[in-house]
Design a protein around this ligand. Structure first.
Ligand SMILES: O=C(O)CC1=CCC(=O)O1
Length: 96
């Protein structure tokens, strides 16, 4: 199942820079592991903001929830999820 997930990061300005850097490093490692596993198919920065739009390819809603809740930045993000399905005008014959 494909999902579009939009994540907006809202770290508090009071968070020490070293703490923020450590969380971001863990987030990057987690995101790259999931990309290598084929679960996190696209990761795009929303230009001009501290937000991303991502496409996840997961088994079901429960797996998406597990992945998103495991994001090191999860406590400091606003997250919106949209389920996707094939568009009838798409020329692709798979879900790439
Ligand atoms: O910077 C972001 O958009 C948050 C984030 C998600 C995966 C990652 O590495 O950073």
């Amino acid at each position: 199942m494909l999902f579009q997930v939009e994540m907006t990061v809202k770290l508090p300005p009071s968070m020490p820079a070293e703490e923020a850097a450590a969380i971001k490093a863990r987030e990057k490692a987690y995101a790259q592991e999931l990309q290598h596993a084929g679960k996190w198919r696209h990761l795009w920065r929303v230009a001009g903001s501290y937000a991303n739009v991502s496409i996840f390819d997961v088994r079901d809603n429960a797996e998406l929830q597990e992945i998103v809740a495991g994001l090191p930045l999860f406590p400091w993000m606003e997250i919106g999820v949209k389920p996707l399905c094939r568009h009838p005008s798409s020329i692709r014959d798979d879900d790439s």
